[in-house]
Design a protein around this ligand. Structure first.
Ligand SMILES: [Zn+2]
Length: 93
């Protein structure tokens, strides 16, 4: 093997290695985001009464539910369920 070829080989190998590593990282990242997106989407509920998007939290959290800002999340295809606040109002009224 000539010296020139050897250098080219090393450079080529390094480049290939970097590209592969980067591609793997990107794949991992997008997979993680995809999972996160699906997870959030499944939990979201739209209140038919106040039209707010809300989500049930786990019991161990301070609040048992939380609201999301209006118009930030498309409500199409989301679960419809009256939020705890509206339920409370309905019970009182
Ligand atoms: Zn509501």
């Amino acid at each position: 093997m000539k010296k020139q070829t050897m250098i080219e080989y090393i450079l080529g190998a390094t480049k290939d290695c970097w590209v592969t590593e980067n591609a793997i990282n990107n794949k991992k990242k997008s997979a993680r985001y995809e999972r996160l997106h699906i997870k959030i989407d499944e939990q979201l509920t739209v209140c038919p009464s106040c039209k707010r998007v809300w989500r049930k939290n786990r019991k161990m959290m301070t609040r048992e539910w939380e609201y999301f800002p209006k118009n930030h999340i498309p409500t199409i295809g989301k679960k419809r369920e009256t939020c705890p606040k509206c339920k409370e109002n309905n019970n009182n009224g």
